[in-house]
Design a protein around this ligand. Structure first.
Ligand code: NDP
Ligand code: 2IT
Length: 447
C-alpha cells in the first residue's frame, strides 16, 4: 500500500474507531488512490487526504416534536457539510432508526466523489435523523419535518447547502421541509431538490436514480457487446430507487424477478411487468404497506421472510437498491455461481468489501454506487439549474441529459481505470476520476 495512504488511514482508524461505515468507505476510496499518490506528489504536499477525510462542518441538533397522542418525542438531527470545493454542499437526508454520525459521514464522503463525477458544480453533504417514519401518521411526519427544519434552516441555502431525499425521505417529506423553510425565511428560495412539480420540482427527478443505475449497467454491458435484452435481473428494495430501476429494466427488455423490503423478499419468476409495478408503487408510496402483499396478490410469486434476493434464483444482472452492506461475501459467491455478470449499485455501498473482491475476481462488471447511482443527484443538479433559470425542461430533455451524464461518468471511470493500469476496475476508476477534480480545486483554493 502507498505509504501516504497507509498513514492517513491509520490516523482515521485511531481517531474514530467506532465510525465503521465511514472507515469502510474511506478505506475503499483511499486504497484506490494509491497509484495516483505514487504518480503525483502534490496531493501529499498539500495534505489533501488528511483534509478531504474531515468534514468542513458537522451540525448535530435536537429535534423535539409532539406526536398524535400529545407526547413529546425527541430525535437526533444531523447535517454533515463535507466538502464545498466545487460547489454548495449537496446530498440527501435519511430518516431511519439506524442513522448515526458514522453512517452520515460515510454517505457524505461518498457524495463528494459522486457529485464530482456528474460534472456539475456540487460539493458533498448528507444529513438526517434516527426518526423512524414507519407507522407514523402524516401529521406526525409533518410535525417531525417542521421541527427538523426549525434548526436546519439556518445552515442551508440555495448557494450554501441543498438537501434532498434518501431512505425515508420522498416527495411528502420534501414538501413539509420546503414548506417550513418558506415560512421561517419568508422567501420562495428553492432550498431542497426532489420538490413537487407544482412548486419547483423537475420532471424525471423521482425516476433519476433508478433509471441512471440501469443506464450505467447498460453502458458496462456494452463494453462486452451485451445488453439487457433477455437478461434476468435481481433488484433489492422496493422504494424510490428500486421501483424506477425495475421500470427501466423492463423497458430495455430485461426481466425483473425480485424486490424486497426490510421484512423480506418476493421472487416472481414470471417477471415483474409494468402492471405489477403499478401495484408495488401504490402499495409502497400510497398505502406504505409491506412487500409481502405482492405474493398474496400475484399467483406464482413467492415470499421469503427475512431474506434478501441474493442466490434465490439465477440472474445475469443485479441492481442492489436497498441499503449499505446488504451483500456479503457468501451472497456475492452465490450470485457469481448463479451466472451474475453485472452489478450496478442503486444503493450506496450495498456490497461489503469482501463481496467486491469476489465480483472483481469473478470478472463481473461491477459499478460501485458513487458512479452507478449518481443519476439521482445529477438530476437534482439539473433541478437547481432549472430553478435558477426559473423555467422547466421537458421530461425528454431531462432524461436525455441524464443519459448523457451517465454515459460520461461511465467513460470517465473506464478511462481512469485504464490510465491507472487496472482496466475494467470501476472502483479505482470512479474514485480516481471523482477525486481529481475536487483535490485539484482544493489546491487551487488554498489552505
Ligand atoms: P426508500 O426509503 O424509498 O426505499 C428504501 C428501500 O430499501 C425500502 O424498500 C426499504 O425497506 C429498504 N431498506 C431500507 N433499509 C433497509 C435495511 N436495513 N434492510 C433491508 N432493507 C432496507 O429509499 P431509496 O430508494 O431512496 O434509497 C435506497 C438506496 O439508494 C439507499 O442506499 C440510498 O442511499 C440510495 N440512493 C438513493 C438516491 C435517491 O435519489 N433517492 C440517490 C442515490 C442513492 P423498508 O421499507 O422495509 O424499510
Ligand atoms: O445518495 C444520493 O446521491 C442521494 N440520496 C441523492 C442526493 C441528492 O442531492 O439528490
Amino acid at each position: 500500500m502507498n505509504a501516504y495512504v497507509a498513514k492517513v488511514l491509520n490516523q482515521l482508524k485511531s481517531n474514530q474507531p467506532w465510525e465503521k461505515e465511514f472507515l469502510q468507505a474511506a478505506e475503499e476510496v483511499l486504497e484506490s488512490l494509491g497509484g495516483l499518490m505514487d504518480r503525483e506528489s502534490k496531493y501529499e504536499k498539500y495534505s489533501i487526504l488528511e483534509r478531504i477525510t474531515v468534514p468542513e462542518r458537522t451540525i448535530l441538533f435536537r429535534v423535539s416534536w409532539l406526536d398524535d397522542a400529545g407526547n413529546v418525542q425527541v430525535n437526533n438531527g444531523y447535517r454533515v457539510e463535507f466538502n464545498s470545493a466545487i460547489g454548495p454542499y449537496k446530498g440527501g437526508l435519511r430518516l431511519h432508526p439506524s442513522v448515526n454520525l458514522g453512517i452520515l459521514k460515510f454517505l457524505g464522503f461518498e457524495q463528494i466523489f459522486k457529485n464530482s463525477l456528474t460534472g456539475l458544480p456540487m460539493g458533498g453533504g448528507k444529513g438526517g435523523s434516527n426518526f423512524d417514519p414507519k407507522g407514523k401518521s402524516d401529521n406526525e411526519v409533518m410535525k417531525f419535518c417542521q421541527a427538523f427544519m426549525n434548526e436546519l434552516y439556518r445552515h442551508i441555502g440555495a448557494n450554501t447547502d441543498v438537501p434532498a431525499g434518501d431512505i425515508g425521505v420522498g416527495g411528502r417529506e420534501i414538501g413539509y421541509l420546503q414548506g417550513q423553510y418558506r415560512k421561517i425565511t419568508n422567501t420562495s428560495e428553492c432550498v431542497l431538490t426532489g420538490k413537487g412539480l407544482n412548486w419547483g420540482g423537475s420532471l424525471i427527478r423521482p425516476e433519476a436514480t433508478g433509471y441512471g443505475a440501469t443506464y450505467f449497467a447498460e453502458e458496462m454491458l456494452k463494453t462486452r457487446g451485451e445488453s439487457f435484452a433477455g437478461k434476468t435481473v435481481l433488484i433489492s428494495g422496493s422504494g424510490n430507487v428500486a421501483q424506477f430501476a425495475a421500470r427501466k429494466v423492463v423497458e430495455l427488455g430485461g426481466k425483473v424477478v425480485s424486490l424486497s423490503d426490510s421484512s423480506g423478499t418476493i421472487i416472481d419468476k414470471d417477471g415483474i411487468d409494468e402492471e405489477k409495478l403499478q401495484f408495488v408503487m401504490e402499495l409502497k408510496n400510497v398505502r406504505r404497506g409491506r412487500i409481502k402483499e405482492y405474493a398474496d396478490k400475484f399467483t406464482g410469486a413467492e415470499y421469503l421472510e427475512d431474506k434478501r434476493p441474493w442466490g434465490a434464483v439465477s440472474a445475469e444482472v443485479v441492481l442492489p437498491s436497498a441499503t449499505q452492506n446488504e451483500i456479503d461475501e457468501d451472497d456475492a459467491k452465490a450470485l457469481v455461481s448463479n451466472g451474475c455478470v453485472c452489478v450496478s449499485e442503486g444503493a450506496n455501498m450495498p456490497s461489503m468489501p469482501e463481496a467486491v473482491e469476489v465480483f472483481l475476481a469473478g470478472n463481473v462488471l461491477y459499478g460501485p454506487g458513487k458512479a452507478a447511482n449518481a443519476g439521482g443527484v445529477a438530476v437534482s443538479g439539473l433541478e437547481m439549474s432549472q430553478n435558477a433559470m426559473r423555467l422547466n425542461w421537458t421530461a425528454e430533455k431531462v432524461d436525455s441529459e441524464l443519459k448523457n451524464i451517465m454515459t460520461n461518468i461511465h467513460t470517465a471511470c473506464f478511462e481512469a481505470a485504464e490510465e491507472n493500469g487496472t482496466p475494467g476496475n470501476y472502483v479505482n476508476g470512479s474514485n480516481i476520476a471523482g477525486f481529481r477534480k475536487v483535490a485539484d480545486s482544493m489546491i487551487d483554493l488554498g489552505v
